[in-house]
Write a protein that binds this ligand. Structure first.
Ligand SMILES: Nc1ncnc2c1ncn2[C@@H]1O[C@H](COP(=O)(O)OP(=O)(O)OP(=O)(O)O)[C@@H](O)[C@H]1O
Length: 325
């Protein structure tokens, strides 16, 4: 890494970690500015957890560099990070207050201050009065919130959270998102992995999109959304007809996979259209050629549209994308 940016709480460049089977991550780059929330998105197996484990020092990188708060990722700097692992690990018999305070003390906090922080945070999420409740008596959502508080209690400057929203109902999710917003308002930085585009779009300042172990996009949410193709998703069993109709209106086709329809199998196509060609024009070209259409859906120009386009592009698995910072 040539230059360190002092405003970055976390900077990952060219990270690689290969497991013995050959899988893992090959070229991940991430920048998380202080006072901001960065969403880390990718399909199952893209490499999110592997990356986060390297950031936390639980796995050793085989290449690349990780910097925290403008310096090397050493033990002292890692104490300033709060981590929520993918595997939730609270013991059923643990008491909410004790387990939060215990985690804060592991990061060097003094006992009295750790207990006070646990009480304050439990009150903040509506569990005041249940400080002595055992984890086994809490709902799944509340147990997960307690686990998140374990990452927060010692007053970290950076939160690294692996799927903090998974398994939570919409109300619990929005409470967690408001905790995130509060943490950011206090100058904290968050990197969180998620499969929820809606959550990423609602709260993130930036997103990092991972595909096959590589960063394929890093930047503002609005910049990502602008990369969504203009066009439509079409399901048909007449591939040649689809390609001819798309060609006739200046569109580009990308097969997204096979799917089952009422009378057998068909192909799901992404058709990217020139900006001045609307989806109804494509629809007309298809019906002029009597192409059977099982589904036709204009692509939304949002984060989800960009995500599918960036991660399904045929070259997403190979060349480092110029769109990645
Ligand atoms: N302990 C391991 N040993 C071998 N291969 C692994 C191991 N952990 C993960 N992998 C492989 O490394 C790749 C990246 O996995 P990783 O768990 O980091 O992805 P992910 O984006 O976090 O996925 P998910 O969203 O499902 O949690 C996958 O191909 C996975 O099968």
């Amino acid at each position: 890494m040539q230059q360190t940016s002092p405003h970055l709480a976390l900077e990952v460049r060219g990270l690689a970690h290969r497991y013995s089977g050959g899988r893992g991550v090959t070229e991940v780059s991430i920048g998380v500015p202080r006072g901001s929330i960065t969403g880390f998105i990718g399909v199952n197996g893209a490499g999110k957890s592997t990356t986060l484990r390297c950031v936390l020092g639980l796995l050793s990188p085989h290449a690349g560099e990780i910097r925290l708060f403008g310096g090397p990722a050493d033990a002292a700097r890692r104490r300033r990070v709060g981590f929520l692992p993918e595997e939730r690990g609270l013991f059923a018999r643990d008491r909410a207050r004790d387990v939060i305070a215990f985690n804060a003390r592991l990061k060097g906090m003094e006992r009295k201050a750790a207990l006070a922080a646990a009480d304050r945070l439990l009150g903040r999420i509506g569990l005041g009065g249940r400080e002595r409740a055992r984890i086994e008596t809490l709902s799944k959502g509340n147990a997960q919130r307690v686990q998140l508080l374990c990452a927060l209690a010692h007053g970290p400057e950076l939160l690294v959270l692996d799927e903090p929203l998974s398994g939570l109902d919409p109300i619990a999710q929005s409470e967690i998102l408001s905790l995130f917003a509060e943490f950011r308002a206090g100058g904290g930085a968050i990197l969180f992995s998620t499969h929820s585009m809606a959550a990423a779009e609602a709260i993130c300042d930036r997103v990092v999109i991972l595909s096959n172990g590589r960063t394929v996009f890093e930047g503002a949410v609005a910049e990502a959304a602008a990369l969504a193709p203009h066009g439509a998703i079409v399901v048909t069993d007449d591939d040649a007809g689809l390609i001819a109709a798309a060609d006739a209106v200046g569109g580009r086709t990308l097969p997204l996979g096979r799917t089952t329809v009422r009378l057998g199998a068909a192909t799901r196509w992404q058709v990217a259209l020139p900006q001045d060609v609307t989806p109804p024009v494509l629809m007309r070209a298809l019906s002029e050629r009597s192409v059977p259409i099982f589904a036709f859906e204009p692509i939304r120009q949002d984060l989800e549209g960009a995500f599918w386009s960036l991660t399904r592009a045929p070259d997403a698995a190979r060349a480092p994308d110029r769109r990645a910072a």
